[in-house]
Design a protein around this ligand. Structure first.
Ligand SMILES: Cc1cc2nc3c(=O)[nH]c(=O)nc-3n(C[C@H](O)[C@H](O)[C@H](O)COP(=O)(O)OP(=O)(O)OC[C@H]3O[C@@H](n4cnc5c(N)ncnc54)[C@H](O)[C@@H]3O)c2cc1C
Length: 641
């Protein structure tokens, strides 16, 4: 994992500290005054690997020795831009790590003495919405861990997100004694105040995780409920053509009635519906664009009950304060808890224990340092597609396929600036989508989706070619609509671990996928132009933009995008969906798990999360993950009976 920060702030010498302050101020003047250096360390430093820490300290010394802080703004900008445009991927990666962190702090940190962030008034952002005053108390009481602890159970489930939560409930319903270990903390309605940086604490690496070359930012949940707490509630069933493709990987169950039933059970439990699809102002404009183009548009299925589809819904990425989002905390984990499942939070599994080729428990550690030893008859691994292969590899389990075949659904975004105010942070997260280009080539292509977006999110997607031009774009953000093109990637990445068990994520966009992405880049611009956008800006390291009818054309824009290129750390790409890194398959030659999710060669170690996907799902994956977890857990329950 490449994160954007470093270890404790005190590790910095005065020159390094001044250099970091100056870097933050170069990206956005005034950021250092907000306490950016301390926050930089505190928020983004915890997940850093020692090698990354050394690199960053070196970088700061490099800037420190050259007295970066004493240079005028214009000269500092030129130095940073030289890194951005460097031929060296390492330099570009460093630039983007620093850029994303500095801009997130500039637009996310509170002002002096807890006042609102100084940029918010300027850009018209109201700030955090606050928790609902009469939010109900938390429904789950995690098992307290006050010292070293030993537990016995039938199944230890590691991870409580889409996969782990579902598996825990299914196993408990089958009468098994289950313990759930979750590394993250437990937040619920009363904690969800919509503050961006606070919300990112529920994400992997506080939302600073990225591929090793920083070319793709990795967003994943890291709290009780995992991604289902912070996700956007889009709830697609697995498409038929994907089920057929997966059945062809030696897993006939994917086209069977069993999997259909699991999908039905999941959709029923999550309350997936089409009754909460009021279009926001953002989506009205996208809708207008799609309609004028005559492109396909459909209503988004969502797992919400009682969603306001208004101001609150826009704050959904930081947790649903209304309790409308049917996360695993509200559904499967609630069921599991009611059935007597013991749930431990803040407890990270470090090793899976194996005796005579059979999983026999888990060694874990709490944030306070207490050792937790769970003895069990089976272990379910559901840490998400980055941490599951990391845990397996660190435990010395599985074959060579563990960690390989990682898919990311890379998302590229485009900002359209309109005449009227849009307030892109408000309204239903995702009410509509377009599958116009979903089938570019035998099931591979992309989806167009738009989501509510808040300042740090917009700031980090928006090109930075100098503080002035970036701030000017941010000033226009309230008139902006961001569209994402979500790519079904055929190319693969890989998760490896360092000696400490921390993941290193490698991923390069293949030329096949880049071609599809290019279609998406043009498609996003077309939708925005047809919707009436006055200015269209691509999320690229270069400034690739045009003003329809005024300055430049779509053809110029695409030419500029091609010249700027799609190589590593050139385009702003993010992954909201990681998949396939411990995939199921019919043969141990090219898969990590058998057709029931059991790790090849390790009995009773069953993977139940997105890592099991044989290839990318092509649709937002939550429902598919839960259905696989339901199916695999059912098979495990039958085996243990
Ligand atoms: C911002 C965002 C928006 C999204 N929107 C949508 C959407 O609208 N629709 C959709 O279908 N999908 C969406 N997704 C994706 C979806 O939420 C994830 O794909 C899904 O949650 C992954 O499920 P999982 O079980 O694989 O892992 P996760 O849900 O990520 O759960 C893994 C859990 O394991 C824990 N863990 C990790 N390592 C350990 C360890 N060693 N010990 C103990 N616990 C550990 C983590 O803390 C985490 O809570 C979104 C994701 C994000 C980040």
């Amino acid at each position: 994992m490449a994160a954007a920060g470093i270890g404790p702030a005190r590790a910095l010498g005065p020159r390094q500290r001044r250099a970091l302050d100056a870097i933050c101020d170069t990206f956005h003047p005034g950021t250092a005054e907000l306490g950016a250096t301390e926050a930089f360390f505190e928020l983004f430093g915890s997940e850093l690997r020692p090698a990354e820490l050394r690199q960053l300290l070196w970088l700061l010394s490099f800037f420190g020795v050259r007295r970066f802080d004493r240079l005028p703004q214009e000269r500092r900008e030129r130095i940073l831009l030289a890194w951005c445009d460097s031929r060296s991927v390492t330099r570009r990666a460093a630039f983007h790590g620093l850029r994303k962190a500095a801009l997130a702090l500039a637009y996310g940190l509170p002002g002096q003495s807890g006042s609102p962030n100084p940029t918010w008034e300027r850009i018209g952002y109201p700030g955090p919405i606050g928790a609902v005053p009469d939010a109900p108390p938390k429904a789950i009481e995690p098992l307290p861990v006050t010292g070293d602890l030993e537990l016995d159970c039938d199944v230890c489930v590691v991870g409580s997100g889409a996969g782990g939560g579902t598996a825990a409930a299914r196993l408990a319903a089958a009468g098994l004694d289950v313990v759930v270990l979750e590394a993250g903390g437990y937040s619920d309605d009363l904690d969800f105040d919509g503050a961006e940086l606070k919300g990112y604490r529920r994400y992997l690496g506080n939302a600073s995780a990225a591929t090793r070359d920083n070319s793709v930012g990795i967003l994943a949940g890291a709290c009780l409920g995992g991604g289902t707490v912070v996700n956007y509630t889009t709830s697609f069933r697995t498409p038929d053509e994907v089920r057929e493709e997966w059945a062809g990987h030696g897993i006939p169950a994917f086209t069977s009635e069993t999997f259909t039933k699991s999908l039905d059970v999941v959709c029923e439990r999550l309350g997936v519906n089409l009754d909460h699809n009021r279009r926001s102002r953002r989506e009205e404009l996208v809708h207008r664009g799609l309609a004028r183009l005559g492109w396909r548009e459909d209503l988004m299925p969502r797992n919400v009950l009682g969603c306001d589809q208004g101001v609150s819904c826009g704050y959904c990425p930081y947790g649903c304060r209304l309790g409308a989002k049917q996360s695993t905390v509200k559904t499967w984990l609630a069921d599991a808890y009611a059935a007597g499942v013991r749930i431990l939070v803040g407890t990270r599994a470090e090793r899976i224990l194996v005796e005579r080729s059979s999983a026999r428990g888990v060694l874990a550690r709490t944030g306070e340092g207490h050792a937790v030893h769970v003895r069990s008859r089976a272990v379910v691994i559901a840490c998400g597609s980055i941490m599951t292969p990391a845990l397996l590899q660190h435990s010395g389990l599985g074959n060579d396929a563990v960690g390989r075949h990682l898919r990311l659904h890379p998302v590229s975004a485009t900002l359209g600036i309109f005449d009227g105010e849009v307030r892109p942070w408000e309204g239903t997260m995702q009410a509509i989508y377009s599958d116009e280009h979903r089938h570019l080539d035998s099931g591979y292509g992309l989806k167009y989706e738009t989501t509510a977006a808040h300042p740090t999110f917009i700031a980090t997607f928006t090109p930075w070619r100098g503080a002035g031009s970036h701030a000017e774009l941010m000033d226009r953000a309230r008139f902006g609509v961001g569209i994402g093109a979500l790519l079904r990637d055929r190319g693969e990445g890989r998760v490896q671990v360092d000696r400490g068990g921390r993941p290193i994520i490698r991923y390069h966009l293949s030329s096949y996928d880049a071609e599809h992405l290019r279609v998406g880049i043009e498609g996003m611009a077309r939708i925005l132009e047809a919707g009436g956008a006055r200015r269209i800006v691509l999320g690229h390291a270069q400034l690739v933009e045009y003003e329809p009818g005024t300055r430049g054309t779509l053809e110029d824009y695409m030419r500029a995008a091609d010249v700027a290129g799609y190589a590593a750390a050139r385009l702003s790409l993010f992954s909201f969906h990681q998949m396939g890194s411990a995939r199921m398959g019919g043969s141990p030659n090219d898969s990590a798990c058998d057709p029931e999710g059991q790790v090849w060669g390790v009995q009773n170690a069953v993977v139940c999360d997105a890592s099991t996907f044989p290839t990318a799902s092509g649709v937002n994956p939550m429902v598919t993950i839960e259905a696989i977890a339901h199916m695999n857990a059912s098979a495990l329950a039958a085996q243990l009976a």
